[in-house]
Ligand binder design. Structure first.
Ligand SMILES: Cc1cc2nc3c(=O)[nH]c(=O)nc-3n(C[C@H](O)[C@H](O)[C@H](O)COP(=O)(O)OP(=O)(O)OC[C@H]3O[C@@H](n4cnc5c(N)ncnc54)[C@H](O)[C@@H]3O)c2cc1C
Ligand SMILES: *[C@@H]1O[C@H](CO)[C@@H](O)[C@H](O)[C@H]1NC(C)=O
Ligand SMILES: *[C@@H]1O[C@H](CO)[C@@H](O)[C@H](O)[C@H]1NC(C)=O
Ligand SMILES: *[C@@H]1O[C@H](CO)[C@@H](O)[C@H](O)[C@H]1NC(C)=O
Ligand SMILES: *[C@@H]1O[C@H](CO)[C@@H](O)[C@H](O)[C@H]1NC(C)=O
Ligand SMILES: *[C@@H]1O[C@H](CO)[C@@H](O)[C@H](O)[C@H]1NC(C)=O
Ligand SMILES: *[C@@H]1O[C@H](CO)[C@@H](O)[C@H](O)[C@H]1NC(C)=O
Ligand SMILES: *[C@@H]1O[C@H](CO)[C@@H](O)[C@H](O)[C@H]1NC(C)=O
Ligand SMILES: *[C@@H]1O[C@H](CO)[C@@H](O)[C@H](O)[C@H]1NC(C)=O
Ligand SMILES: *[C@@H]1O[C@H](CO)[C@@H](O)[C@H](O)[C@H]1NC(C)=O
Ligand SMILES: *[C@@H]1O[C@H](CO)[C@@H](O)[C@H](O)[C@H]1NC(C)=O
Ligand SMILES: *[C@@H]1O[C@H](CO)[C@@H](O)[C@H](O)[C@H]1NC(C)=O
Ligand SMILES: *[C@@H]1O[C@H](CO)[C@@H](O)[C@H](O)[C@H]1NC(C)=O
Length: 660
């Protein structure tokens, strides 16, 4: 038996009688699988594991999760910025509004999905951004409707050292946080001094300092909490939080290494759906299917199953089951640019110093005491300036956008549809309103310890597409080669202009007294923005933005929750229009991207969805006891486990693909 198979079994089976180990391995999945399940969840990422956990709380209900990836072996990620072993290896189409180059597009292919790879950052965005979801035709999905589920998903711990708390304005408002949910959220035990400099710098520029990043106002600067355990500061993810501790439920099965290739729709549209995954499983029957394959792969799966824009299905030679123009449209993401200002102050301590003996000390301190620099995620210091506080050009930018035609920037060709255009026009109205407010972030600035101020446009107007290229998503060897993903970054040109304004703002931050103490020495082209005698060449900055721009890993919108006449794919109960027993529950249902990293929203969406599914099947939703630490299953841990894999500083090597 090889080591990874051994670890896998250890992770899932130790301490449990074999018959209760409901992890279906490749070797015996065909023997153990039931002939039919009440629910089949496609994709065991964030949303899939949350939904499966909640539905299987009822012992009379059977649930199967089909996940393409395998459980990770934690040790594989120690000290490495990125491990492609758990990635779908997808690249985008050439970005014609940038520089015609393609971009890597990282997505988790592993039990736990994106939560196993992500940068740990926990942000929710602003109240009014969720209220905009409601205004787009989704009663119950505003901030008030979601807050109980943000709380239900987390155990939020504030145990920050009082000196750090007062220096860094960390004063969480516990009324908006949960204290008994499965996912542990906490602050790190170590802050680089540069966090302090950054907060002082932006506050010199009038950006408010927020005590809690997640209380409903996001425009400001703040220390963000992370998905880490307060006990030992290791990564928490959807697997550790929602799966590992319920593996003793005989009614919950997880089959890994099973790529679902199609959802078979019965001729009357109401028949039980059959999901034939590739590999060892021939087929699995579910009374209801929940697609939770993520914002890129759920729409591809729907399309090859005959649910999507008829012109695209025709091109694929797939029989149209439901003509749904919105499937794979309305793709939104946060375009991101890393900018370097290289702090050179002698004696400064940064992740660069974590080499040699210093690294060994940090490791020892982590494993012995769970303190020190190894507990610090790459990013814990951010600012989300509103458009007004970012640039005096804000009103011109908004005016220019509102006077441009909504249709002009949407993609043309098959799949384009008046309903999608109407939905987009309504989103633009919401966006213009949000961006004129003081309490909504327009841009994110992420400050690390070595001198990178990474910016991302958090309210883009550009919309992309994703589509299947073949009816067999596994032909040509991999899923990645059977889909076309085009984020169409900066198809609305103002999206890039906001990033240029972001670089100019970075220059002002670097110019503040607090930041000058770090002795920043930015290389070209970033040096041009830092106050000097020369006027800034904005053409050169725009060129730099177009060359450096990449994803912040926040795809959503491709199976939007909106009315069908606005190009929506699911209704407010997340049922796919035209289907009786198929829902989508993942980041794809987000109709309008919030100014936030998406994981907190996805956990909340999935918690809310699980309650709705239970309600629709006549189950009570209030009786389920909250998960408490005492209900935890012992999780055998490898003593060599790193604290949180990809989020770890990589000993001086700043990977451009470092997770955010
Ligand atoms: C590198 C990276 C860094 C990130 N950093 C942050 C961060 O710091 N903070 C934050 O809030 N968010 C971050 N995110 C985003 C966040 O992780 C995602 O928004 C979130 O994981 C989306 O959840 P999901 O359930 O929609 O999809 P996922 O978590 O992607 O889960 C989808 C699952 O479905 C599986 N699947 C797909 N197709 C099939 C199929 N056909 N058959 C079977 N299984 C299938 C996939 O393997 C995957 O496990 C990051 C994401 C990435 C990739
Ligand atoms: C399933 O297969 C795994 C791996 O071969 C094995 O360890 C486990 O005991 C099997 N489970 C059952 C119930 O047979
Ligand atoms: C992605 O590439 C890595 C390394 O080449 C490989 O290990 C992994 O299996 C690939 N992922 C998929 C889904 O094929
Ligand atoms: C990208 O390609 C298009 C079409 O081939 C071309 O018109 C455009 O000038 C190119 N843009 C850049 C920046 O090279
Ligand atoms: C669809 O069928 C036509 C005719 O058989 C064929 O030429 C075409 O390549 C097929 N398209 C796809 C995407 O398979
Ligand atoms: C500045 O930092 C970047 C990123 O860490 C690095 O690639 C670059 O070489 C540095 N430039 C100088 C002049 O030190
Ligand atoms: C960190 O390393 C830099 C050189 O890379 C050095 O100038 C600095 O003094 C080191 N900081 C500490 C605290 O040792
Ligand atoms: C932060 O700065 C203080 C005061 O200059 C210094 O004593 C301390 O060692 C620094 N901490 C780190 C982690 O660099
Ligand atoms: C752990 O903490 C104790 C008490 O503060 C300290 O004496 C010890 O040196 C620390 N161990 C490591 C490895 O840092
Ligand atoms: C933004 O406004 C400034 C003056 O405040 C001007 O110099 C600059 O050109 C404007 N930028 C754009 C892109 O219009
Ligand atoms: C607004 O649009 C005009 C006309 O296209 C352009 O000259 C100007 O630079 C734009 N200004 C901003 C701030 O977007
Ligand atoms: C500004 O930058 C562009 C692109 O790099 C360059 O072509 C142009 O000559 C520069 N303008 C000035 C005034 O330096
Ligand atoms: C951290 O604690 C959790 C439980 O709180 C445990 O599952 C995990 O294995 C521990 N990790 C390390 C590295 O000690």
């Amino acid at each position: 038996m090889d080591l990874s198979a051994f670890l896998r079994i250890l992770l899932f089976c130790a301490y449990l009688p074999v018959t209760e180990c409901l992890f279906l391995h490749q070797e015996n999945v065909t023997d153990l699988i039931l002939p039919s399940y009440d629910y089949i969840v496609v994709g065991g990422g964030i949303a899939g594991l949350v939904v499966a956990n909640r539905l299987s709380e009822d012992p009379d209900v059977t649930v199967l999760i089909l996940e393409a990836g395998e459980p990770q072996v934690y040790a594989g990620l120690v000290g490495h910025g990125w491990n492609p072993e758990y990635d779908w290896n997808i690249t985008t189409a050439p970005q014609e509004f940038l520089d015609n180059r393609t971009r890597w597009y990282n997505l988790g292919h592993v039990v736990g999905g994106g939560s196993v790879l992500n940068g740990l950052v926990v942000t929710r965005g602003a109240k009014v951004e969720y209220d905009a979801w409601q205004a787009l035709g989704n009663p119950g999905w505003g901030w008030r409707g979601l807050l109980p589920y943000f709380k239900k998903s987390e155990t939020f711990v504030d145990d920050v050292d009082p000196d750090d708390a007062s220096a860094l304005h960390i004063q969480p408002d516990m009324s908006v946080h949960g204290t008994s949910g499965p996912l542990e959220v906490a602050y790190p035990k170590f802050f680089y001094n540069q966090s302090n400099s950054f907060l002082h710098g932006v506050s010199e520029l009038g950006i408010p300092l927020l005590n809690d990043a997640n209380a409903g106002v996001s425009a400001g600067a703040m220390i963000v909490p992370a998905t880490i355990s307060a006990q030992n500061q290791s990564r928490t993810d959807s697997r550790t939080a929602y799966l590992d501790r319920v593996l003793n439920r005989p009614n919950l099965h997880l089959a890994s290494g099973q790529t679902v290739t199609r959802i078979l729709v019965g001729t009357d549209g109401t028949a039980p759906i059959i999901v034939p995954p590739f590999g060892h499983l021939k087929r699995a029957h579910g009374v209801e299917v929940v697609a939770a394959a993520g914002a890129i792969l759920s729409p591809v799966l729907l399309q090859v199953s005959g649910i999507g824009p008829a012109p695209i299905l025709d091109e694929l030679n797939v029989t149209v089951q439901v003509d749904l123009p919105g499937v794979g449209q309305n793709l939104q993401d946060h375009p991101m640019v890393e900018a370097f200002y290289n702090y050179t102050e002698p004696g400064l301590f940064s992740t660069r110093n974590l080499t040699g003996a210093t690294l060994q000390e940090a490791e020892a301190e982590y494993f012995t005491n769970h303190t020190g620099p190894w507990t610090a995620p790459l990013i814990s210091t951010t600012a989300f300036p509103s458009l007004r506080s970012l640039t005096s050009n804000w009103s011109t930018i908004l005016r220019n956008i509102s006077s441009s035609s909504a249709a002009r920037y949407l993609p043309s060709g098959p799949g384009q549809h008046p309903a999608v255009l109407r939905g987009y026009a309504q989103q633009r109205q919401q966006l213009l309103r949000l961006l004129s407010r003081n309490d909504v972030g327009a841009l994110e600035i992420m400050a690390d310890s070595v001198g990178t101020l990474t910016i991302a446009n958090h309210h883009p107007f550009s919309r992309g597409t994703v589509r299947a290229l073949s009816s067999d998503i596994l032909s040509h060897g991999s899923v990645a080669s059977n889909l076309a993903l085009d984020p169409r970054y900066c198809s609305q040109p103002e999206d890039c202009q906001v990033l240029v304004e972001g670089l100019l703002f970075n220059g002002r931050i670097i110019g503040t007294g607090a930041m000058q103490q770090l002795a920043p020495r930015p290389p070209a082209p970033w040096d041009a923005t830092v106050a000097g005698p020369e006027p800034v060449n904005e053409t050169a900055l725009l060129e730099a933005v177009r060359g450096w721009l990449t994803t912040e890993f926040h795809p959503c919108g491709t199976t939007s929750m909106m009315p069908i006449e606005l190009g929506g794919v699911v209704d407010p109960r997340l049922m796919v229009y035209g289907m009786q027993n198929l829902r989508v529950v993942d980041a794809g249902i987000i109709p309008l991207i919030p100014a936030a990293h998406l994981q907190a929203a996805v956990y909340a969406i999935a918690e809310k969805a699980a309650d709705m599914i239970k309600e629709d099947h006549g189950a009570s939703t209030s009786g389920s006891p909250p998960d408490t630490p005492s209900a935890w299953k012992p999780s055998p841990s490898n003593p060599a486990d790193p604290p949180h894999s990809a989020g770890i500083p990589s000993g001086g090597k700043e990977s451009p693909k470092q997770a955010n």
